[in-house]
Design a protein around this ligand. Structure first.
Ligand SMILES: C=Cc1c2[nH]c(c1C)Cc1[nH]c(c(CCC(=O)O)c1C)Cc1[nH]c(c(C)c1CCC(=O)O)Cc1[nH]c(c(C)c1C=C)C2
Length: 478
């Protein structure tokens, strides 16, 4: 019987790729929309030499998840556009705080002096960690804000970690689990009585490849990963934009004659002793096993009739909406600073979350290209009245003028509201995911779940999540 993959975003396409490699055919992918790629969407203006990214902008090469994506990129023969650690886009991180643009320190020396928006040298935050008593945390989880505030003080929580959480998941650090980003540091603190003490202790213990998780590579680490390490890439993009990755996956699957059924929304998913049944608008499709890469709330709707308790657990993973506004200007002399972009700490209570300087990261042929992000966890506070695209663009332009001094009209722009695009790993998320997977295992459902809701929200995370779910299947499952 066929194996079915629900969703043809990067996670579902990757699941199909790894399924095909491990089990071969038959295999079918069902995708509700008429295109593949999910939130990864590149709008190319080849004639003018620039492009807009509607979702993620760059990929990081680090760690096992980074190496895994590079292996895929290499296998699909995609052309990478590396950004080295020495590049301004990798070195310069800006904050707009207290009415000013502030450059975050990017060297050890930067920890010594007082750097705005901080009122004390940052090394004092490290001393705070050495002195602060350890609180044993209830249920072994807390918000990342409270962890950083406890260990390093309120300024770091407000002006370093809160904006970083905005950049990664457009979320509120006061709600996001410390395990989302700082699991290791949190565990070191709980075990060794401080973050620095734990980090120093761990440095004496050399890690093996297996401990690093690199064991997934059968022979050796991918060549492109070795190159990224040797050339010290901080991040990379793809020639033609990040949408080339899902497109290349789709072409590969098409070459292998794998059926990607677009505009085929699953309406319900049920299980019986023979396997799974996917109800589409006009048909019932049986499957031996289903890998769902759908957002948790969508999968909840599919299973709720037969498994209401599973649906309730899936619905407990909240999502936020993000407004992405791409702006293009004809001149490349407009930006007076270089860097990846800027973030606005939530304590500033402004309607924008940050601005990415796309034309600093990648060559845009003499154009200035910016991306303004708005909404996220604070979407309802600012945009509950459903402003028009023009109003949203006006807000973005107002802040571009105020913060970056660019007051001319963009020549070209695009406004996208990405509804429920980023899951929020709120306190207790890890337990929630364990419980969802335990439910599936206890009821012996022929179902695996991967995607941004479960094992990390980045491109690397969702590709690795898909690979691991496929690797976990018993040999006879497909
Ligand atoms: C749609 C908006 C998105 C926001 N975050 C993500 C998307 C798709 C996903 C994301 N962005 C970053 C990561 C971290 C790991 C990685 O894969 O690169 C993830 C999962 C990195 C990132 N993106 C922005 C920033 C400032 C950062 C933090 C790290 C860094 O400084 O490099 C830009 C940005 N993304 C979002 C906002 C609101 C924003 C602001 C400029 C939300």
């Amino acid at each position: 019987m066929t194996t079915a993959v629900l969703g043809a975003g990067i996670s579902g396409l990757s699941a199909a790729y790894y399924l095909l490699r491990r089990f071969g055919k038959p295999l079918t992918i069902y995708e509700a929309s008429p295109r593949v790629g999910g939130w990864i969407r590149t709008e190319c203006h080849k004639d003018k030499g620039f492009y807009f990214e509607g979702g993620a902008h760059t990929i990081r090469p680090q760690g096992v998840a980074g190496a895994n994506t590079l292996e895929l990129v290499e296998q699909l023969k995609l052309e990478v556009k590396p950004i080295a650690k020495t590049h301004v886009a990798a070195r310069n991180r800006l904050l707009y705080a207290k009415g000013k643009l502030c450059m975050l320190p990017n060297s050890i020396g930067g920890l010594l002096g007082v750097k705005e928006p901080f009122t004390q040298p940052l090394y004092k935050a490290l001393l705070h960690d050495l002195r602060a008593a350890v609180t044993k945390v209830k249920d072994a989880d807390e918000s990342i804000y409270s962890f950083v505030e406890r260990r390093f003080g309120k300024e770091l929580a407000d002006y370093a970690i809160s904006p970083m959480i905005c950049g990664i998941c457009a979320g509120d650090a006061r709600e996001i689990s410390v395990r989302f980003l700082m699991e290791e540091l949190f565990e070191k603190e709980q075990k060794y009585g401080g973050v620095l003490k734990g980090v120093l202790y761990a440095r004496f213990k050399a890690k093996t490849d297996a401990q690093l998780g690199m064991g997934i590579f059968a022979e050796q680490q991918p060549q492109l990963y070795a190159k990224a390490c040797a050339e010290k890439w901080a991040m990379y993009g793809l020639e033609g934009g990040l949408e080339q990755l899902p497109r290349a996956l789709r072409s590969y699957l098409a070459e292998q004659r794998i059926n990607v059924q677009l505009s085929s929304r699953a309406q319900s998913l049920s299980f019986d002793s023979a396997g799974a049944n996917i109800s589409l608008r006009n048909a019932e499709q049986p499957a031996g096993h289903v890998i769902s890469s759908l957002p948790a709330h969508q999968l909840a709707l599919l299973v709720r009739a037969q498994h209401p308790s599973l649906a309730a657990q899936l619905l407990a993973i909240p999502y936020v909406d993000v407004i992405v506004i791409n702006l293009q200007y004809n001149s490349d002399k407009l930006l007076q600073l270089d860097g990846f972009g800027l973030l606005v700490p939530p304590v500033e209570q402004l309607p924008i979350l940050g601005i990415i300087f796309d034309s600093c990261c990648f060559d845009m042929s003499g154009n200035t290209v910016l991306t303004v992000m708005m909404g996220g966890r604070w979407f309802a506070n600012w945009f509950a009245h459903q402003p028009s695209q023009k109003e949203l663009r006006d807000i973005a332009q107002r802040y571009v003028a105020k913060i970056l001094n660019i007051s001319e009209e963009p020549k070209f722009s695009r406004v996208h509201t990405l509804q429920k695009c980023i899951p929020q790993y709120t306190v207790g998320h890890k337990r929630r995911v364990e419980s969802i997977r335990n439910y599936i295992a206890n009821y012996k459902l022929p179902l695996s779940v991967c995607g941004a809701a479960f094992d990390g929200v980045g491109i690397n995370d969702v590709i690795l999540s898909a690979r691991r779910q496929v690797d976990l299947l018993p040999p006879q499952s497909a």
